[in-house]
Ligand binder design. Structure first.
Ligand code: SF4
Length: 452
Protein backbone atom coordinates (compact mmCIF):
# COMPACT_ATOMS: atom_id res chain seq x y z
CA UNK A 1 0.00 0.00 0.00
CA UNK A 2 1.04 3.56 -0.63
CA UNK A 3 1.91 5.16 2.71
CA UNK A 4 2.79 8.55 1.16
CA UNK A 5 -0.69 9.30 -0.17
CA UNK A 6 -1.94 12.85 -0.58
CA UNK A 7 -4.17 14.43 2.07
CA UNK A 8 -7.63 12.93 2.54
CA UNK A 9 -10.48 14.46 0.53
CA UNK A 10 -12.84 15.82 3.20
CA UNK A 11 -15.86 16.14 0.92
CA UNK A 12 -15.83 12.40 0.17
CA UNK A 13 -15.53 11.52 3.85
CA UNK A 14 -18.45 13.80 4.68
CA UNK A 15 -20.66 11.29 2.86
CA UNK A 16 -23.18 9.46 5.03
CA UNK A 17 -22.91 5.77 4.23
CA UNK A 18 -23.81 2.53 6.06
CA UNK A 19 -21.31 0.83 8.34
CA UNK A 20 -21.98 -2.39 6.41
CA UNK A 21 -22.15 -4.72 9.38
CA UNK A 22 -24.84 -6.26 7.19
CA UNK A 23 -25.73 -6.09 3.52
CA UNK A 24 -28.29 -4.93 2.79
CA UNK A 25 -28.30 -2.63 5.84
CA UNK A 26 -31.06 -3.32 8.37
CA UNK A 27 -33.19 -0.34 7.30
CA UNK A 28 -33.92 -2.29 4.10
CA UNK A 29 -35.41 -5.27 5.94
CA UNK A 30 -39.14 -5.72 5.46
CA UNK A 31 -42.08 -7.24 7.34
CA UNK A 32 -42.74 -9.39 4.26
CA UNK A 33 -39.94 -11.67 5.46
CA UNK A 34 -41.08 -12.86 8.87
CA UNK A 35 -41.33 -15.80 11.25
CA UNK A 36 -42.42 -18.37 8.66
CA UNK A 37 -39.38 -17.69 6.47
CA UNK A 38 -37.05 -17.75 9.49
CA UNK A 39 -38.48 -21.06 10.72
CA UNK A 40 -37.86 -22.59 7.29
CA UNK A 41 -34.30 -21.29 7.23
CA UNK A 42 -33.57 -22.69 10.70
CA UNK A 43 -34.97 -26.10 9.72
CA UNK A 44 -32.70 -26.23 6.65
CA UNK A 45 -29.44 -25.82 8.60
CA UNK A 46 -27.10 -28.84 8.50
CA UNK A 47 -27.48 -30.31 12.03
CA UNK A 48 -23.80 -31.07 12.64
CA UNK A 49 -22.42 -27.73 11.45
CA UNK A 50 -21.63 -25.28 14.27
CA UNK A 51 -23.59 -22.05 14.46
CA UNK A 52 -22.63 -18.75 16.00
CA UNK A 53 -24.89 -17.45 18.77
CA UNK A 54 -25.64 -13.88 19.90
CA UNK A 55 -27.74 -12.90 22.90
CA UNK A 56 -28.94 -9.32 23.28
CA UNK A 57 -29.34 -8.05 26.85
CA UNK A 58 -30.97 -4.63 26.40
CA UNK A 59 -30.65 -3.35 30.00
CA UNK A 60 -28.36 -0.68 31.43
CA UNK A 61 -28.16 0.95 34.86
CA UNK A 62 -27.22 4.23 33.18
CA UNK A 63 -28.04 5.51 29.71
CA UNK A 64 -24.96 7.19 28.24
CA UNK A 65 -25.81 10.20 26.06
CA UNK A 66 -23.70 9.07 23.09
CA UNK A 67 -25.03 5.52 22.84
CA UNK A 68 -27.26 4.51 19.93
CA UNK A 69 -27.68 0.88 21.07
CA UNK A 70 -31.16 -0.57 21.70
CA UNK A 71 -31.15 -0.33 25.49
CA UNK A 72 -33.49 0.46 28.36
CA UNK A 73 -32.68 1.62 31.87
CA UNK A 74 -33.41 -0.49 34.91
CA UNK A 75 -32.66 0.02 38.59
CA UNK A 76 -33.64 -3.48 39.71
CA UNK A 77 -33.05 -7.10 38.70
CA UNK A 78 -36.76 -7.86 38.22
CA UNK A 79 -37.13 -6.80 34.55
CA UNK A 80 -34.06 -8.95 33.78
CA UNK A 81 -35.67 -11.98 35.44
CA UNK A 82 -38.72 -11.41 33.27
CA UNK A 83 -36.51 -11.03 30.20
CA UNK A 84 -34.79 -14.34 30.98
CA UNK A 85 -38.22 -16.01 31.34
CA UNK A 86 -38.97 -14.94 27.77
CA UNK A 87 -35.49 -15.80 26.52
CA UNK A 88 -36.14 -19.37 27.68
CA UNK A 89 -39.32 -19.34 25.60
CA UNK A 90 -37.46 -18.05 22.55
CA UNK A 91 -34.69 -20.65 22.91
CA UNK A 92 -37.36 -23.39 23.08
CA UNK A 93 -39.06 -22.03 19.93
CA UNK A 94 -35.79 -21.76 18.00
CA UNK A 95 -34.65 -25.21 19.18
CA UNK A 96 -37.97 -26.65 18.02
CA UNK A 97 -37.41 -25.19 14.54
CA UNK A 98 -33.81 -26.42 14.28
CA UNK A 99 -32.99 -29.91 12.96
CA UNK A 100 -31.23 -30.86 16.20
CA UNK A 101 -29.27 -29.53 19.16
CA UNK A 102 -26.79 -27.42 17.22
CA UNK A 103 -23.13 -27.12 18.25
CA UNK A 104 -22.08 -23.50 18.88
CA UNK A 105 -18.70 -22.24 17.62
CA UNK A 106 -18.87 -18.77 19.19
CA UNK A 107 -21.22 -17.13 21.68
CA UNK A 108 -21.38 -13.37 22.13
CA UNK A 109 -23.31 -11.61 24.90
CA UNK A 110 -23.99 -8.02 23.93
CA UNK A 111 -26.25 -5.18 24.86
CA UNK A 112 -26.93 -3.12 26.75
CA UNK A 113 -24.93 -4.28 29.73
CA UNK A 114 -24.69 -8.08 30.00
CA UNK A 115 -22.63 -7.68 33.19
CA UNK A 116 -25.69 -6.12 34.85
CA UNK A 117 -26.90 -9.69 35.40
CA UNK A 118 -26.50 -10.99 38.94
CA UNK A 119 -24.38 -14.15 39.33
CA UNK A 120 -27.58 -16.20 39.61
CA UNK A 121 -28.99 -14.59 36.46
CA UNK A 122 -25.78 -15.30 34.53
CA UNK A 123 -25.91 -18.95 35.61
CA UNK A 124 -29.57 -19.11 34.59
CA UNK A 125 -28.85 -17.51 31.19
CA UNK A 126 -26.24 -20.16 30.39
CA UNK A 127 -28.54 -22.94 31.60
CA UNK A 128 -31.26 -21.61 29.26
CA UNK A 129 -28.87 -21.56 26.31
CA UNK A 130 -27.60 -25.07 27.13
CA UNK A 131 -31.20 -26.34 26.90
CA UNK A 132 -31.32 -25.46 23.22
CA UNK A 133 -27.70 -25.56 22.06
CA UNK A 134 -24.50 -27.52 22.57
CA UNK A 135 -22.11 -24.99 24.09
CA UNK A 136 -19.45 -27.58 24.94
CA UNK A 137 -17.54 -27.03 21.68
CA UNK A 138 -17.60 -23.21 21.71
CA UNK A 139 -14.11 -21.92 20.94
CA UNK A 140 -15.00 -18.47 22.18
CA UNK A 141 -17.55 -17.10 24.64
CA UNK A 142 -17.36 -13.32 24.69
CA UNK A 143 -19.09 -10.73 26.82
CA UNK A 144 -19.38 -6.94 26.55
CA UNK A 145 -18.34 -5.64 29.96
CA UNK A 146 -19.05 -2.28 31.57
CA UNK A 147 -16.16 -1.73 34.02
CA UNK A 148 -18.47 0.31 36.28
CA UNK A 149 -20.93 -2.57 36.45
CA UNK A 150 -18.88 -5.54 37.62
CA UNK A 151 -17.67 -7.02 40.90
CA UNK A 152 -15.87 -10.14 42.12
CA UNK A 153 -19.04 -12.24 42.35
CA UNK A 154 -20.12 -11.35 38.83
CA UNK A 155 -16.61 -12.00 37.49
CA UNK A 156 -16.67 -15.42 39.18
CA UNK A 157 -20.03 -16.13 37.53
CA UNK A 158 -18.62 -15.27 34.09
CA UNK A 159 -15.69 -17.64 34.64
CA UNK A 160 -18.00 -20.40 35.86
CA UNK A 161 -20.10 -19.92 32.71
CA UNK A 162 -17.02 -20.43 30.52
CA UNK A 163 -16.44 -16.88 29.26
CA UNK A 164 -13.12 -16.66 27.37
CA UNK A 165 -13.09 -13.04 26.13
CA UNK A 166 -14.29 -9.69 27.42
CA UNK A 167 -14.74 -6.36 25.68
CA UNK A 168 -14.16 -3.44 28.02
CA UNK A 169 -16.28 -0.43 27.13
CA UNK A 170 -14.03 2.60 27.68
CA UNK A 171 -14.72 5.36 25.11
CA UNK A 172 -12.57 8.14 26.68
CA UNK A 173 -10.95 8.79 30.06
CA UNK A 174 -10.96 12.61 29.96
CA UNK A 175 -13.32 14.01 32.63
CA UNK A 176 -14.65 16.79 30.38
CA UNK A 177 -15.41 14.35 27.56
CA UNK A 178 -16.96 11.84 29.96
CA UNK A 179 -19.22 14.52 31.39
CA UNK A 180 -20.34 15.60 27.91
CA UNK A 181 -21.21 12.05 26.89
CA UNK A 182 -22.79 11.11 30.25
CA UNK A 183 -20.40 8.27 31.00
CA UNK A 184 -18.30 8.70 34.12
CA UNK A 185 -15.75 5.90 34.42
CA UNK A 186 -12.41 6.01 36.16
CA UNK A 187 -9.16 4.47 35.01
CA UNK A 188 -8.99 2.73 38.40
CA UNK A 189 -12.38 1.02 37.87
CA UNK A 190 -11.33 -0.07 34.40
CA UNK A 191 -7.97 -1.39 35.60
CA UNK A 192 -9.65 -3.34 38.39
CA UNK A 193 -12.02 -4.94 35.87
CA UNK A 194 -9.11 -5.91 33.59
CA UNK A 195 -7.05 -7.25 36.51
CA UNK A 196 -10.04 -9.17 37.85
CA UNK A 197 -10.60 -10.82 34.47
CA UNK A 198 -6.94 -11.77 34.05
CA UNK A 199 -6.65 -13.06 37.62
CA UNK A 200 -9.50 -15.44 36.82
CA UNK A 201 -7.92 -16.67 33.58
CA UNK A 202 -9.94 -14.57 31.11
CA UNK A 203 -6.86 -13.30 29.33
CA UNK A 204 -8.34 -12.18 25.99
CA UNK A 205 -9.34 -8.56 26.42
CA UNK A 206 -10.71 -6.02 23.96
CA UNK A 207 -10.96 -2.32 24.63
CA UNK A 208 -13.46 -0.06 22.86
CA UNK A 209 -12.45 3.56 22.29
CA UNK A 210 -14.41 6.31 20.51
CA UNK A 211 -13.03 9.20 18.47
CA UNK A 212 -15.05 12.20 17.35
CA UNK A 213 -16.48 12.87 20.84
CA UNK A 214 -17.23 16.38 22.15
CA UNK A 215 -14.18 18.26 23.46
CA UNK A 216 -11.82 15.55 22.22
CA UNK A 217 -8.49 16.87 20.93
CA UNK A 218 -5.53 14.99 19.54
CA UNK A 219 -3.66 15.67 22.80
CA UNK A 220 -6.56 14.51 24.99
CA UNK A 221 -7.07 11.40 22.86
CA UNK A 222 -3.37 10.55 23.22
CA UNK A 223 -3.74 10.67 27.01
CA UNK A 224 -6.73 8.33 26.85
CA UNK A 225 -4.90 5.96 24.49
CA UNK A 226 -1.85 5.82 26.77
CA UNK A 227 -4.12 4.80 29.64
CA UNK A 228 -5.91 2.24 27.47
CA UNK A 229 -2.66 0.72 26.21
CA UNK A 230 -1.38 0.41 29.77
CA UNK A 231 -4.18 -2.14 30.23
CA UNK A 232 -2.46 -4.22 27.49
CA UNK A 233 -5.56 -5.27 25.54
CA UNK A 234 -5.10 -7.86 22.78
CA UNK A 235 -7.56 -6.02 20.57
CA UNK A 236 -8.78 -2.48 20.25
CA UNK A 237 -11.86 -1.16 18.54
CA UNK A 238 -11.58 2.47 17.45
CA UNK A 239 -15.08 3.53 16.48
CA UNK A 240 -16.02 6.95 15.16
CA UNK A 241 -18.77 8.51 17.26
CA UNK A 242 -21.88 8.49 15.04
CA UNK A 243 -23.98 11.56 15.87
CA UNK A 244 -27.45 10.54 14.68
CA UNK A 245 -29.86 12.28 17.12
CA UNK A 246 -32.77 11.68 14.71
CA UNK A 247 -32.29 7.93 15.36
CA UNK A 248 -30.95 8.02 18.96
CA UNK A 249 -32.91 10.62 20.91
CA UNK A 250 -30.60 10.64 23.93
CA UNK A 251 -27.86 12.06 21.68
CA UNK A 252 -29.77 15.36 21.88
CA UNK A 253 -27.96 15.77 25.22
CA UNK A 254 -24.60 15.89 23.41
CA UNK A 255 -23.26 19.46 23.04
CA UNK A 256 -23.08 19.56 19.25
CA UNK A 257 -21.02 22.77 19.25
CA UNK A 258 -18.20 20.80 20.95
CA UNK A 259 -18.11 18.01 18.36
CA UNK A 260 -15.00 17.88 16.16
CA UNK A 261 -15.71 18.70 12.51
CA UNK A 262 -14.86 16.39 9.59
CA UNK A 263 -11.17 17.29 9.22
CA UNK A 264 -10.71 17.15 13.01
CA UNK A 265 -12.29 13.66 13.07
CA UNK A 266 -9.77 12.58 10.44
CA UNK A 267 -6.90 13.94 12.49
CA UNK A 268 -8.17 12.09 15.57
CA UNK A 269 -8.50 8.82 13.67
CA UNK A 270 -5.09 9.12 12.05
CA UNK A 271 -3.44 10.06 15.36
CA UNK A 272 -5.02 7.08 17.14
CA UNK A 273 -4.13 4.76 14.29
CA UNK A 274 -0.49 5.85 14.33
CA UNK A 275 -0.45 5.47 18.11
CA UNK A 276 -1.66 1.87 17.92
CA UNK A 277 0.60 0.90 15.01
CA UNK A 278 3.54 2.42 16.86
CA UNK A 279 2.78 0.16 19.82
CA UNK A 280 2.93 -2.99 17.69
CA UNK A 281 -0.76 -3.47 16.90
CA UNK A 282 -1.85 -4.46 13.43
CA UNK A 283 -4.78 -2.67 11.79
CA UNK A 284 -7.74 -4.98 11.25
CA UNK A 285 -10.22 -3.68 8.72
CA UNK A 286 -11.45 -0.14 9.10
CA UNK A 287 -11.64 0.22 12.87
CA UNK A 288 -9.95 -2.62 14.79
CA UNK A 289 -6.38 -3.21 15.90
CA UNK A 290 -4.88 -6.43 17.26
CA UNK A 291 -1.64 -7.84 18.61
CA UNK A 292 0.28 -10.17 16.26
CA UNK A 293 -0.62 -13.28 18.30
CA UNK A 294 -4.33 -12.48 18.32
CA UNK A 295 -6.71 -14.56 16.19
CA UNK A 296 -7.92 -11.46 14.32
CA UNK A 297 -4.36 -10.71 13.15
CA UNK A 298 -3.88 -14.29 12.03
CA UNK A 299 -7.20 -14.25 10.17
CA UNK A 300 -6.38 -10.92 8.51
CA UNK A 301 -3.02 -12.22 7.27
CA UNK A 302 -4.66 -15.37 5.91
CA UNK A 303 -7.54 -13.44 4.25
CA UNK A 304 -10.04 -15.21 6.56
CA UNK A 305 -11.41 -12.15 8.29
CA UNK A 306 -15.20 -11.71 8.40
CA UNK A 307 -17.43 -8.79 9.25
CA UNK A 308 -20.59 -9.14 11.30
CA UNK A 309 -22.80 -7.09 13.61
CA UNK A 310 -20.07 -6.99 16.28
CA UNK A 311 -17.49 -5.66 13.83
CA UNK A 312 -14.79 -8.14 12.81
CA UNK A 313 -14.65 -11.83 13.61
CA UNK A 314 -12.63 -14.97 12.92
CA UNK A 315 -15.82 -17.02 13.05
CA UNK A 316 -16.68 -18.56 9.68
CA UNK A 317 -19.97 -20.14 10.80
CA UNK A 318 -22.55 -19.91 8.00
CA UNK A 319 -25.33 -19.20 10.49
CA UNK A 320 -25.58 -16.59 13.23
CA UNK A 321 -28.60 -17.20 15.45
CA UNK A 322 -29.47 -14.16 17.53
CA UNK A 323 -31.77 -14.11 20.54
CA UNK A 324 -33.50 -11.33 22.44
CA UNK A 325 -35.33 -8.11 21.59
CA UNK A 326 -34.14 -6.45 18.35
CA UNK A 327 -31.52 -9.16 17.70
CA UNK A 328 -30.67 -9.89 14.06
CA UNK A 329 -29.96 -13.44 12.85
CA UNK A 330 -28.07 -14.14 9.65
CA UNK A 331 -28.67 -17.44 7.91
CA UNK A 332 -27.45 -18.61 4.51
CA UNK A 333 -30.86 -17.61 3.08
CA UNK A 334 -31.19 -14.16 4.65
CA UNK A 335 -31.58 -11.93 7.70
CA UNK A 336 -34.30 -12.15 10.35
CA UNK A 337 -34.72 -9.44 12.99
CA UNK A 338 -36.68 -9.88 16.21
CA UNK A 339 -39.25 -7.32 17.36
CA UNK A 340 -37.21 -4.31 18.47
CA UNK A 341 -39.28 -3.39 21.52
CA UNK A 342 -39.00 -5.69 24.52
CA UNK A 343 -42.80 -5.74 25.01
CA UNK A 344 -43.41 -6.83 21.41
CA UNK A 345 -40.71 -9.49 21.61
CA UNK A 346 -42.12 -10.82 24.89
CA UNK A 347 -45.68 -10.88 23.52
CA UNK A 348 -44.60 -12.95 20.50
CA UNK A 349 -42.68 -15.61 22.43
CA UNK A 350 -45.41 -15.75 25.13
CA UNK A 351 -47.88 -16.56 22.35
CA UNK A 352 -45.60 -19.37 21.16
CA UNK A 353 -44.45 -17.54 18.01
CA UNK A 354 -40.93 -16.88 16.79
CA UNK A 355 -40.55 -13.12 17.44
CA UNK A 356 -39.29 -12.24 13.94
CA UNK A 357 -40.64 -8.82 12.95
CA UNK A 358 -38.85 -8.28 9.65
CA UNK A 359 -36.06 -9.60 7.53
CA UNK A 360 -34.57 -9.94 4.10
CA UNK A 361 -34.21 -12.99 1.83
CA UNK A 362 -30.97 -12.90 -0.16
CA UNK A 363 -30.91 -12.88 -3.95
CA UNK A 364 -27.80 -14.20 -5.73
CA UNK A 365 -26.94 -10.58 -6.49
CA UNK A 366 -27.27 -9.57 -2.80
CA UNK A 367 -24.80 -12.32 -1.88
CA UNK A 368 -22.26 -11.28 -4.52
CA UNK A 369 -22.48 -7.61 -3.54
CA UNK A 370 -22.27 -8.57 0.16
CA UNK A 371 -19.09 -10.57 -0.53
CA UNK A 372 -17.56 -7.62 -2.42
CA UNK A 373 -18.41 -5.21 0.41
CA UNK A 374 -17.10 -7.61 3.06
CA UNK A 375 -13.77 -8.08 1.26
CA UNK A 376 -13.34 -4.31 0.81
CA UNK A 377 -14.00 -3.69 4.52
CA UNK A 378 -11.81 -6.63 5.62
CA UNK A 379 -8.93 -6.62 3.09
CA UNK A 380 -9.26 -3.16 1.43
CA UNK A 381 -9.33 -5.04 -1.89
CA UNK A 382 -11.80 -7.18 -3.77
CA UNK A 383 -11.27 -9.60 -6.64
CA UNK A 384 -14.41 -9.25 -8.74
CA UNK A 385 -13.82 -12.62 -10.46
CA UNK A 386 -13.67 -14.44 -7.13
CA UNK A 387 -16.76 -12.66 -5.83
CA UNK A 388 -18.85 -13.21 -8.98
CA UNK A 389 -18.11 -16.96 -8.88
CA UNK A 390 -18.23 -17.44 -12.67
CA UNK A 391 -21.61 -15.75 -13.15
CA UNK A 392 -21.16 -13.43 -16.16
CA UNK A 393 -24.16 -11.17 -15.43
CA UNK A 394 -23.10 -10.60 -11.83
CA UNK A 395 -19.53 -10.02 -12.91
CA UNK A 396 -20.66 -7.30 -15.32
CA UNK A 397 -22.72 -5.52 -12.64
CA UNK A 398 -19.85 -5.71 -10.15
CA UNK A 399 -17.57 -4.21 -12.81
CA UNK A 400 -20.05 -1.32 -13.17
CA UNK A 401 -19.92 -0.80 -9.40
CA UNK A 402 -16.11 -0.84 -9.47
CA UNK A 403 -16.16 1.75 -12.28
CA UNK A 404 -18.39 3.93 -10.09
CA UNK A 405 -15.94 3.57 -7.21
CA UNK A 406 -13.08 4.68 -9.46
CA UNK A 407 -15.13 7.60 -10.81
CA UNK A 408 -16.12 8.75 -7.30
CA UNK A 409 -12.90 8.11 -5.43
CA UNK A 410 -10.26 8.83 -8.07
CA UNK A 411 -6.74 8.07 -6.85
CA UNK A 412 -8.08 6.62 -3.60
CA UNK A 413 -8.79 3.35 -5.44
CA UNK A 414 -7.00 1.46 -8.17
CA UNK A 415 -8.27 -1.20 -10.58
CA UNK A 416 -5.73 -3.80 -11.72
CA UNK A 417 -7.15 -6.65 -13.77
CA UNK A 418 -10.13 -7.94 -11.80
CA UNK A 419 -8.96 -6.46 -8.49
CA UNK A 420 -10.20 -3.17 -7.03
CA UNK A 421 -8.11 -1.97 -4.12
CA UNK A 422 -7.84 1.03 -1.85
CA UNK A 423 -4.55 2.87 -2.32
CA UNK A 424 -4.38 4.26 1.23
CA UNK A 425 -3.19 1.89 3.98
CA UNK A 426 -5.52 3.39 6.58
CA UNK A 427 -8.60 2.27 4.67
CA UNK A 428 -10.42 5.50 5.45
CA UNK A 429 -12.27 5.36 2.13
CA UNK A 430 -13.37 1.73 2.53
CA UNK A 431 -17.00 2.55 3.38
CA UNK A 432 -17.16 5.01 0.47
CA UNK A 433 -15.79 2.35 -1.92
CA UNK A 434 -18.19 -0.24 -0.48
CA UNK A 435 -21.10 2.14 -1.06
CA UNK A 436 -20.48 1.89 -4.82
CA UNK A 437 -21.45 -1.80 -4.56
CA UNK A 438 -24.62 -1.05 -2.56
CA UNK A 439 -27.63 -1.45 -4.87
CA UNK A 440 -29.99 -0.24 -2.11
CA UNK A 441 -28.26 3.02 -1.23
CA UNK A 442 -30.29 5.17 -3.62
CA UNK A 443 -33.54 3.75 -2.20
CA UNK A 444 -32.77 4.77 1.35
CA UNK A 445 -33.62 8.25 2.55
CA UNK A 446 -32.01 7.27 5.86
CA UNK A 447 -29.14 9.58 6.83
CA UNK A 448 -26.38 7.18 7.87
CA UNK A 449 -23.34 8.09 9.95
CA UNK A 450 -20.33 9.88 8.46
CA UNK A 451 -17.99 7.75 6.32
CA UNK A 452 -15.19 8.37 8.87
S1 SF4 B 1 -22.72 2.67 26.28
FE1 SF4 B 1 -23.15 0.72 27.29
S2 SF4 B 1 -23.78 1.33 29.37
FE2 SF4 B 1 -23.95 3.16 28.11
S3 SF4 B 1 -26.09 3.18 27.36
FE3 SF4 B 1 -24.86 2.15 25.79
S4 SF4 B 1 -24.99 0.00 26.23
FE4 SF4 B 1 -25.67 1.11 28.10
Amino acid sequence: MNHASPSPQPRLLDARVPRYTSYPPANHFSAATGAAAYAGWLAALPPAEPVSLYVHIPFCRRLCHFCACRTQGTATARPIDRYLDHLAMEVALVAQALPGKMPVSQLHLGGGTPTLLTPAQTARLFAILAEGFDLSVAAEIAVELDPTEIDAARLDALVAAGVTRASLGIQDFEPRVQEAIGRPQSLQQTREAADGLRARGIASLNADVLYGLPYQTTASLHRTLDSVLALEPDRLALFGYAHVPWAARRQRLIPTEALPDGPARQRLFEAARRHFLGQGYRQIGIDHFARAHDGLSQAAIAGRLHRNFQGYTTDAAAALISLGASAISKLPQGYAQNAADTAGWQAAVSAGRLPTARGHAFSAEDLARARAIERLLCDFRVDLDAVAGGHAGLRARLAEAADQAVARLGAEVEMTGSVLRLTRASGIYARCAAAAFDAYLAEGAVPYSLAL
